[in-house]
Ligand binder design. Structure first.
Ligand code: TRP
Length: 406
């Protein structure tokens, strides 16, 4: 894309699938049409060539979330790979909106993949906790939002991010301690008009000015100059953002202003959404306990939820008719296994057996329940080991280690 050219498609409420940072809905029984979303958002599909290129450059098998198409779309990934090839630095930026104490499975997916990116490319990572955003949008106090940020930081730390390469920050805290971060926010705010955010996010005149100006705060960590203490004041390190596709509007806006404020356009890699327990037409949501598997759910709660809800066909077993319809692809238990089962041989076998009806839905659910209980049980144990002191360490700005960034 030439500089000065805009990449901001207009917000439209008339399309069949609806995806923005706050709503995800599809009228289709097969869920969101992600190929259409690529066209609508103007991103690029992750194809086999790109996956092979990643494998060849890193000498490592691509992560199952890449191979199974969960991370399916991108902007400028080839540029990032060229940097890696030339031993030039880049850093990762991702985030979490701390809307409640409990995170769910859907929140975990981008972080699991981000950890793999960090380990594979050996790069620093910044994680933004948007407590300001959640205060502005939700019915919670600013103190609660800040407390949730610290609680969520524990879940993120429990995934095992390298302390020497990872900085986690709450917006509320970091804005008041780092002038360079706030300076970048101001620069973005000056460059984006109300009419542009209205076009990108669908805001209208009744929305608070907090909502209208927030996108600048999510944009600013895309610029390494927002982190002078992390990168030894190196101001132009390129950034790669792993996120779910609903966050893309923020980064379209960011890319549009990047060069005007003297920064580098961030690259982005997008994932699909983990569907709600009730079906593929929407995503897991923290505000609906019955739609989500929480990281705090007990073994029994997991069993009950999968049995009761993850049953898009109303409890039937695999029948000839079911087979004919090929409906296993939209089956929630099958979908969750796509995200969670790391063993490829096992996954392929299950897929084959389920598609042809050798494996019944109940058996598939049993496999999922066991796997979920194992993953969430392990997470619970790891989280219990995260101390306040550790949270403080991750959240203290300090020089981040990286073999390339000097
Ligand atoms: N707005 C995101 C949310 O509500 C949080 C977020 C901030 C984020 N910065 C990000 C997500 C960068 C992905 C990448 O969850």
């Amino acid at each position: 894309m030439k500089s000065g050219e805009t990449e901001l498609p207009e917000y439209s409420s008339s399309d069949e699938d609806f995806v923005d940072p706050w709503h995800v809905a599809s009228k289709s029984a097969t869920g969101i049409d992600y190929d259409k979303l690529i066209t609508k958002f103007g991103s690029q599909k992750i194809d086999d060539n790109l996956i092979t290129k990643i494998e060849n450059l890193t000498g490592k098998r691509a992560h199952h979330l890449l191979r199974r198409g969960v991370f399916f779309s991108m902007r400028d990934m080839h540029g990032i790979l060229t940097l890696y090839e030339q031993k030039q630095p880049f850093y990762l930026y991702t985030g979490r909106g701390p809307s409640s104490e409990a995170m769910h499975l859907g929140h975990l997916i981008p972080f699991i993949f981000t950890k793999w990116l960090q380990e594979t490319f050996d790069v620093p990572l910044v994680i933004q906790l948007t407590d300001d955003e959640k205060f502005i949008w939700n019915d919670i106090t600013v103190e609660e939002a800040n407390r949730y940020a610290h609680e969520n930081a524990k879940d993120i730390i429990a995934l095992g991010f390298d302390i020497n390469k990872t900085f986690i920050f709450s917006d509320i805290e970091y804005i008041s301690s780092c002038p360079e971060f706030y300076m970048n926010i101001c620069k973005v705010q000056k460059l984006v008009t109300y009419s542009q955010v209205k076009g990108i996010f669908g805001f209208d005149v009744s929305d608070s000015i907090g909502k209208i100006s927030f996108p600048a705060i999510q944009a600013a960590p895309s610029f390494s100059s927002s982190f002078p203490r992390l990168f030894k004041s190196k101001k132009d390190i390129p950034c790669l953002i792993p996120c779910a596709i609903d966050q893309d509007p923020y980064f379209r806006m960011t890319r549009d202003v990047a060069q005007k404020l003297g920064g580098v356009k961030p690259a982005v890699i997008h994932s699909t959404f983990v569907p709600a327990l009730q079906g593929v037409q929407t995503k897991m949501s923290a505000s609906d306990p019955n739609a989500s598997i929480f990281l705090t759910d007990t073994d029994e709660e997991i069993r009950i939820k999968i049995k009761r809800y993850a049953d898009s066909e109303g409890g039937i077993n695999m029948t000839d008719e079911h087979k004919k319809r090929g409906s296993y692809l939209t089956d929630i238990s099958y979908q969750y296994l796509t995200y969670l089962m790391t063993d490829d041989d096992k996954f392929t076998q299950i897929e084959r057996d389920y598609a042809c009806g050798v494996l019944a839905r109940e058996q598939l659910q049993e496999i999922l329940i066991k796997l979920l209980q194992k993953i969430i049980g392990k997470h619970r144990q790891n989280r219990a080991l995260v101390t306040k002191e550790m949270v403080k360490q991750y959240m203290t700005p300090r020089n981040l280690e990286c073999s390339i960034v000097t």
